[in-house]
Ligand binder design. Sequence first.
Ligand SMILES: Nc1ncnc2c1ncn2[C@@H]1O[C@H](COP(=O)(O)OP(=O)(O)OP(=O)(O)O)[C@@H](O)[C@H]1O
Ligand SMILES: CC(C)(CO)[C@@H](O)C(=O)[O-]
Ligand code: BAL
Length: 285
Amino acid sequence: MQFIESLDILRQLRQQWRQGNLRVAFVPTMGNLHDGHIELVKQAKARADKVVVSIFVNPMQFGANEDLDAYPRTLDADRARLEAEGVDALFFPAVSDIYPHGLGEQTFVEVPGISDLLCGASRPGHFRGVATIVCKLFNMVQPDVACFGEKDYQQLQVIRTMVADLSMPIEIVGIATKRQQDGLAMSSRNGYLSNEQRTTATTIYATMQTMRDAIVAGQQSLRDIEKTGQAQLIGAGLTPDYVTIANGRTLKPAQSDDVKLVILVAAYMGKTRLIDNMQITLHQA
Ligand SMILES: Nc1ncnc2c1ncn2[C@@H]1O[C@H](COP(=O)(O)OP(=O)(O)OP(=O)(O)O)[C@@H](O)[C@H]1O
Ligand SMILES: CC(C)(CO)[C@@H](O)C(=O)[O-]
Ligand code: BAL
């Protein structure tokens, strides 16, 4: 595996691969890799001749009071895992190379509408930061295909919209959420949890299962099911940010005739903000 810190070297490698007519898959990450990331890598390998993974903790997508400094940085372990998976190149750029003029003078990409809902409402500017860095990384790596986790469902929709709106010739693949045995979605931020908080956090998945069963049963309104979900989380000791049953494409509150739905949850366990979701396709009568 090539370890690449410089954009020039990345471009040279990309040029070689282009001359060899090789298909390139890309997995952008913020590092501290777990089995969810590795699943993305495996799926990327299955779709291309060469796989590039990036590790970049992107300051533009963190709010002023968020965990940019505390975010776990575990390069040596990440590098060993990617090497073992047969990744071809790990791109590890410096913040000063990505944003040489600082964040204040950086051109940005804004995906309107969907970026302002849910996580975008709670984390103003977050999806502008995500769209901007993903656009920049796409321009650097120039992949044919890129893999993103469905765990970050709204992020995936933002990226799909950006790629369509800006006519980027890149196939975007969403990969199912990898979970711990007890249902908790794998996430780097799970590492912030104490043992007790880690146990309580499983309520997020249990709540979504209860909500899914209620939606399928069709006896209660969607808004009532959301309220019951909120209460279940609060009862367990979590602090919900949002609990929403949304249209799977627009992420606006689902209506009774929607067929593709998604339950979206963001909740604080102590100071740690966790997100998860569950997709549901209703069979029309
Ligand atoms: N459990 C998971 N299953 C599948 N994909 C995942 C999972 N967790 C993260 N990903 C995907 O990995 C990519 C990189 O995500 P990131 O590095 O932010 O990891 P993370 O564990 O989601 O971290 P965070 O705690 O910041 O949310 C994203 O496309 C994300 O959706
Ligand atoms: C896509 C991403 C790597 C952009 O920084 C990040 O938001 C993430 O890890 O999900
Ligand atoms: N995986 C989402 C990245 C973030 O929370 O900033």
